[in-house]
Design a binder for this molecule. Structure first.
Ligand SMILES: O=C(O)C1=C[C@@H](OP(=O)(O)O)[C@@H](O)[C@H](O)C1
Ligand SMILES: C=C(OP(=O)(O)O)C(=O)O
Length: 417
């Protein structure tokens, strides 16, 4: 097991970093570039999740192991279901075999797809025999994972009659559906979303073009947290666009609560995070210091919870029902690890409440549960206390250069194995 003990003596953080391409945009764009051969891509994510998806699209072995990559699992299920004449087995890590996929498989089967479960009903691994699908209407529940919806949207332009997708129940992680919609429109597919109905017309060809993937906003969240936990900070991140497709760009608004101001230099594709030394958090008489509904941006919940812990303020985060079915049960993992540091945390099936902590416990080892975001969310705590992160290499799922980038900001590793 690899681990890192992190020490950072200086409370002032300065530096300039180039962040890898968005994992979400990359995985969508890779599927689309397999369907539209004249779509080329730049700034593709160097993450494990984008690499496994990229490899899966090359003709190779009929058994494809996508490890922990949820988007790859969901997007490829839909992709292979419509590749007439192919037969693949899609499998993944033991955790992937616990992440539900029934809603997507049922939707694809209703369109005529040939997909069977090889182990537990409703979960990977799947055997998929690609077919020519001619049905053009489908409905599915949108309250468990938006990835099922995106998976259908991505294959829709290749279906002979396009696809009309009706979304049932309360839509979760909506910005990810909007990201897919905007990406389709940007490359020339005239997709629409009106109320709960998505329409994607059959699209034979698109103009030859290069899509430049914006850098990853979820990865940027850790630098927002570092800035918030520093006494003063000036951090420049690139390459970010003016009109982001990523919902996690909402960080620039949320982190104002913690004194982090964002300025955009779009000409040079940079964002600059500034934390002023004289910032004091305004506490009022409310029951909790920070209250946020993160139903639209579940991937930054861990970052925000740990920022609040580091600042020793209380928070209530709601809209977190999808966290239980991600790389680990993130609500339980957060509670367990934050309580090791001295916090009192209450969780329900979709909420987390962190109470104010008077003292943080030092020299704690954080377990990461095969979850990249556990490692990256807790790393900024090194600005407050010496801390050890177990199995630090998990970060490669979305951000392989994470530890090197932290070093560039002055983080030091006492032990490094
Ligand atoms: O479509 C995407 O790229 C993603 C959608 C979200 O999943 P859910 O819709 O399951 O919340 C998000 O958590 C995940 O990291 C990436
Ligand atoms: C949930 C995540 O990814 P996925 O669902 O693609 O495994 C994530 O990156 O936080």
């Amino acid at each position: 097991m690899s681990f890192k003990k992190i020490i950072q003596k200086s409370k002032d953080t300065q530096g300039s970093l180039e962040i890898t391409g968005s994992k979400s945009e990359s995985n969508r764009a890779l599927i689309l570039s397999a369907l539209f051969k004249n779509l080329s891509l730049k700034n593709i994510s160097n993450s494990d999740d984008a690499n496994v998806l990229q490899r899966a699209l090359l003709p190779s072995s009929p058994v494809i192991d996508i490890h922990h990559a949820g988007t790859a699992m969901r997007f490829l299920t839909a992709y292979f279901a419509v590749q007439e004449g192919t037969e693949v087995i899609l499998t993944g890590s033991s955790r992937m075999k616990e992440r539900p996929i029934k809603i997507l498989v049922d939707a694809l089967r209703s369109l005529g797809a040939n997909i069977s479960y090889l182990e537990q009903e409703g979960y990977p691994p799947l055997k998929i025999k690609g077919k020519n699908i001619t049905t053009s209407k489908v409905e599915l529940s949108a309250n468990v994972s938006s990835q099922y919806v995106t998976a259908l949207m991505l294959i829709a332009p290749s279906l002979p009659q396009g696809l009309e997708i009706s979304l049932l129940q309360q839509i979760t992680s909506m910005p990810y559906i909007e990201m897919t919609l905007k990406l389709l429109r940007q490359i020339g597919v005239k997709a629409n979303l009106i109320e709960n109905k998505i329409t994607v017309p059959h699209t034979n060809t698109i103009e030859s073009q290069t899509f430049i993937i914006e850098s990853d906003w979820s990865s940027a969240s850790y630098f927002y947290s570092i800035a918030a936990l520093s006494s003063s900070a000036d951090i420049i991140l690139s390459n970010y666009k003016a009109d982001s497709l990523q919902g996690d760009s909402v960080l620039s608004i949320y982190y104002k609560h913690f004194g982090v101001e964002t300025s955009f230099d779009y000409r040079n594709k940079r964002v600059r995070l500034i934390k002023k030394a004289d910032f004091r958090l305004q506490r009022n008489n409310a029951k909790v210091d920070i209250q946020l509904n993160l139903v639209d941006s579940p991937d930054i919940a861990q970052t925000i919870a740990v920022t609040c812990l580091g600042l020793r303020i209380s928070c209530r985060l709601t809209g977190l029902h999808t966290l239980k079915i991600k790389e680990t049960d993130r609500l339980v993992a957060l509670k367990t690890e934050m309580e090791k540091l001295g916090a009192a945390v209450d969780i329900t099936k979709d909420q987390l409440t962190l109470h104010r902590v008077s003292n943080l416990r030092k020299d704690i080892t954080i377990e990461t549960y095969n979850d990249h975001r556990m490692a990256m969310a807790f790393a900024p705590m090194a600005l407050k206390i010496p801390i050890q992160i177990n199995d630090a290499n998990v970060v490669s799922k979305s951000y392989p250069d994470f530890w090197n980038d932290l070093k560039k900001l002055g983080f030091q590793y006492a032990e490094d194995e």
